[in-house]
Write a protein that binds this ligand. Structure first.
Ligand code: ATP
Ligand code: LTN
Length: 336
């Protein structure tokens, strides 16, 4: 895609290069991105500026960003069909971030649950970036006039804030931004930790048994599922109070396409042990092509560089138009 096709709706989404994507990132977000590529103008980004809100070792960070980019391609994002780029390569995000920050209230940002959680987790580094993180996310989305934003459940509150910022700006300065809609999958939008099924599965969890990473090998995946925390019951049934089993059933349903009723009948009379192995096997088999493709892509750094360089140029051509428009609207002096 060289320029956006005006007749198609625009999609934007991003993922942080904070580590290998988890099964949660995959089922809740990235897996749903590839099928959208034919019907929409899709722009997908590795949001490295967002990841900088937590202290990182620069060498490891650069490596993780490259790996995350390769992972997106391995998950089926096609740089010929979509724009795929690294956020810090396009200056529009930072430019619009500042303007939107001046239209965002301290009180609104204080209510964001991700800020509250992350500042509790890193009490020694409650930096301003962590606080204004959702404004940058709003800039990511609004600078492309995205209509739809595919995300997991945990990002709904941030998307709501982006909508509020857009509406407020439009009211004050005239119609400028499209007000984006969230696009949240019906099943898989909130995959839970395998060790504490009341918490979300998160890339930055310190316990590696809590997450399945999409590059884990088959034995590791099966081992993690065997160790998954469940209840003391034995019946595979989706029900209140069975968070662990509900989570495993959700994962199995996402991967196999089976309904909860079908899963209950399949495992009627069998115990949790058999079920956990079946979940592990189906997940491992569905992730195998990604692992193979990732290894192939990582051995061709020149190709990756070509893709992310072109991606950033294409992204800039679209976003810069909006930044120019917004700059005029707020009253910055025109340079040309
Ligand atoms: P971190 O742990 O570094 O904060 P994360 O694992 O929460 O990262 P992000 O990069 O913040 O992942 O999120 C990328 C996408 O994955 C977002 O759309 C988010 O909603 C989705 N996502 C993250 N975790 C889950 C989960 N457990 N279930 C479903 N979707 C998820
Ligand atoms: N905040 C998101 C990542 C993210 C994003 C975005 C998602 C940054 N910018 C724009 C969708 C659209 C997260 O923490 N998962």
């Amino acid at each position: 895609m060289s320029e956006a096709n005006e007749s198609k709706k625009m999609i934007f989404s991003g993922i942080q290069p904070t580590g290998v994507f988890t099964l949660g990132n995959y089922l809740g977000a990235v897996r749903n991105w590839a099928p959208l590529q034919d019907e929409y103008n899709c722009i997908y980004s590795i949001v490295d500026m967002h990841a900088l809100t937590v202290k990182r070792d620069p060498i490891a960070f650069r490596q993780k960003t490259l790996e995350s980019y390769a992972l997106l391609l391995a998950c089926g994002i096609d740089p010929e069909k979509s724009i795929v780029f690294i956020q810090s390569h396009n200056p529009s995000h930072a430019q619009l971030n500042w303007i939107l920050a001046c239209s965002t209230q301290f009180g609104e940002l204080s209510r964001m649950t991700q800020f509250k959680d992350k500042s509790k987790k890193h009490p020694d580094d409650v930096n301003a970036g962590l606080f204004t993180y959702p404004v940058l996310m709003a800039a990511d989305i609004l600078t492309y006039n995205a209509d739809l934003v595919p995300i997991g459940q945990d990002q709904k509150q941030h998307l709501e804030l982006a909508r509020n910022i857009a509406v407020r700006f439009n009211q004050r300065f005239g119609e400028t931004f499209v007000v984006p809609e969230p696009y949240i999958p019906k099943v898989g939008a909130a995959i839970k930790s395998l060790q504490d099924p009341t918490k979300k599965m998160s890339k930055s969890d310190d316990n590696p048994n809590a997450c399945v990473y999409i590059l884990d090998d088959k034995d590791t995946i099966i081992r993690k599922f065997k160790r998954a925390v469940t209840d003391s019951d034995t019946v595979v049934k989706f029900a209140d109070g069975k968070d662990g089993i509900n989570n495993l059933m959700t994962i199995y349903s996402c991967v196999t396409g089976k309904t909860m009723d079908e899963i209950e009948s399949e495992f009627a009379g069998k115990g949790y042990g058999d079920f956990k192995i079946a979940v592990g096997e189906s997940v491992a088999d569905s992730l195998k092509p990604i692992r193979d493709d990732f290894n192939r892509l990582m051995s061709d750094k020149a190709y990756l560089k070509e893709c992310y360089t072109q991606g950033a140029q294409r992204a800039f051509r679209i976003s810069n138009k909006l930044v120019t428009k917004v700059s005029r609207r707020v009253g910055f002096v025109d340079v040309r």
